[in-house]
Write a protein that binds this ligand. Structure first.
Ligand SMILES: Cc1cc2nc3c(=O)[nH]c(=O)nc-3n(C[C@H](O)[C@H](O)[C@H](O)COP(=O)(O)O)c2cc1C
Length: 318
């Protein structure tokens, strides 16, 4: 499938009219359901399960040494021959480390590269030249304009409802509408607080080309999240998350993020945000503040990723 041919089709179609078909075609998917690349949580098991189910699975590449990233990409390929993506966070590591990760991605060439920040600009052009679809996660109209101008094929509009680190402060619906106004038919995915077909229908009605989902995939069998992390998600109510600008593991102080606060208010570990992996100590998973979006209150059980893909995909069926 020639990337350029699809881009022309995308650009000529008015937004809102079967936008999701364009996003699925662009990435070779059965369903325009995109699993967010989540550092430490989204490994080959999850990415492959989502892709096998017809969505786009994504490896969370942040902080993976290049050799591990390469091995993870190959592991996804051993598990599925469907398209999948790799997510990198340029600002989350030193320039040399990012350059080494990017080299691996360019050599291995997964179908999609998604970036949390686009300021290392040649990454977009280089991945695009290598034949990959490049998507950039954005939190404002200005950022979306910049991403498209630099060659992104799609943007992910991240509302402030989203779990994990945040690009902006605008809620998903106004952000999505505003970005669609300037997208000129190019695909815009919706991210933040989406957990089932009901939210999918809402963002589809606005013209979203697909959904980009994080927290709900943390609570799947294939995610690498600690069992206690998953349990805390299931127990949380919808008003339980907090927007913070404090400490988050591996990031500089002040980087905005959304968490489910740790249970003990005056516990120093409660001030620290992170994702707890199944290999982490129980005390960590029990006490830190855990990345979660505002949809968390409606996540009711841990299920296979394929079931979640089918549930979200149902929102795209008329
Ligand atoms: C545990 C967790 C880890 C995340 N890690 C990343 C990451 O490494 N790179 C990235 O681009 N976004 C990351 N995000 C943000 C997601 O890409 C996405 O914006 C968010 O999950 C969407 O909101 P939702 O969680 O309500 O579905 C993470 C989110 C969560 C919940």
């Amino acid at each position: 499938m020639g990337n350029d041919g699809v881009a022309k089709g995308e650009a000529s179609r008015p937004h809102g009219e079967r936008a999701e078909t364009g996003a699925a075609v662009l990435c070779g998917l059965r369903h325009p359901v995109f699993q967010a690349g989540m550092a430490g949580i989204a490994g080959p098991e999850l990415a492959a399960a989502v892709s096998e189910a017809g969505g786009l699975g994504h490896l969370g590449g942040l902080r993976l040494p290049p050799a591990c990233l390469r091995e993870a990409i190959r592991e996804v390929r051993r598990r599925t021959d469907r398209p999948f993506g790799v997510n990198l966070v340029p600002a989350g590591c030193r320039p040399a480390a990012f350059a080494a990760q990017l080299r691996v991605v360019l050599e291995e060439r997964p179908a999609v590269l998604s970036l949390f920040q686009d300021h290392r600009l040649d990454a977009v052009a280089r991945a695009r030249d290598a034949g990959m679809v490049v998507m950039v996660q954005v939190g404002s109209v200005a950022e979306a304009r910049r991403a498209f101008a630099r060659g992104a094929r799609a943007v992910i509009a991240q509302g402030v409802e989203a779990g994990g680190h945040l690009r902006g402060t605008t809620a998903l619906l106004p952000l999505l509408s505003a970005i669609l106004e300037i997208a000129e038919g190019r695909p815009v995915l919706a991210a933040g607080g989406i957990v089932d077909r009901r939210e999918v229908r809402a963002v589809r009605a606005l013209g979203a080309a697909g959904v980009w989902v994080g927290t709900a995939f943390v609570a799947t069998e294939e995610s690498r999240a600690h069992a206690l992390y998953k349990r805390r998600l299931l127990a949380a109510s919808s008003d339980a998350t907090e927007y913070r600008r404090g400490y988050s593991y591996g990031w500089g102080f002040g980087a905005p993020h959304r968490v489910l606060p740790g249970p003990r208010r005056f516990d120093p570990l409660c001030l620290l945000a992170g994702g707890a992996r199944r290999t982490d100590r129980e005390v960590w998973a029990r006490r830190i503040s855990l990345y979660a979006g505002q949809g968390v209150g409606r996540i009711e059980r841990v299920r296979p990723a394929a079931e979640l893909v089918a549930e979200l995909a149902a929102g795209f069926v008329d």
